[in-house]
Design a protein around this ligand. Structure first.
Ligand code: FES
Length: 136
């Protein structure tokens, strides 16, 4: 069982930030070394996470930052051409995504926080610390 202290787990946000079928937590990742975005949201009480990359065309899907669900808060819908995905497993259920499926990221809740387990192919984005400004 996940304890929240396993090596390599990345804390994403407080569990309370992800309300049922609410706004997603969006975060930066590296996929095979290339920057992309991913998102985590709560659906049917469970936190799920996917790359923010539509199966139809490799584009980000949210219609507003962090807003992935349709008006009924039932499906993930791509804002570009309307591909529709099942939130529980990322499977395409309508629109131009065919038999595709969103790329899932492993996440877990522990101690009131949401954690992501990076994989060999999807790693945390490494931020470059800006150099300190020198005083004039
Ligand atoms: S890019 Fe998502 S439906 Fe076309």
């Amino acid at each position: 069982m996940f304890t929240g202290s396993e090596a390599g787990a990345v804390r994403l946000c407080a569990a309370s930030e992800l309300t049922e079928a609410g706004r997603a937590f969006v975060f930066d990742v590296l996929v095979h070394g290339q920057p992309e975005r991913a998102f985590a949201l709560r659906f049917d009480g469970r936190v799920v996470a996917y790359l923010n990359r539509c199966v139809h065309v490799a584009a980000e899907m949210d219609w507003q930052p962090g807003e992935f669900l349709d008006a009924d808060r039932r499906f993930i819908v791509c804002s570009i051409h309307g591909a529709t995905y099942e939130p529980a497993d990322g499977r395409c259920v309508g629109g131009p995504c065919g038999k595709g499926r969103l790329t899932a990221l492993a996440v877990a809740e522990s101690g009131g926080a949401v954690y992501w387990y990076p994989s060999p192919n999807i790693q945390p984005f490494a931020f470059d610390e800006p150099a300190p400004r020198s005083s004039p």
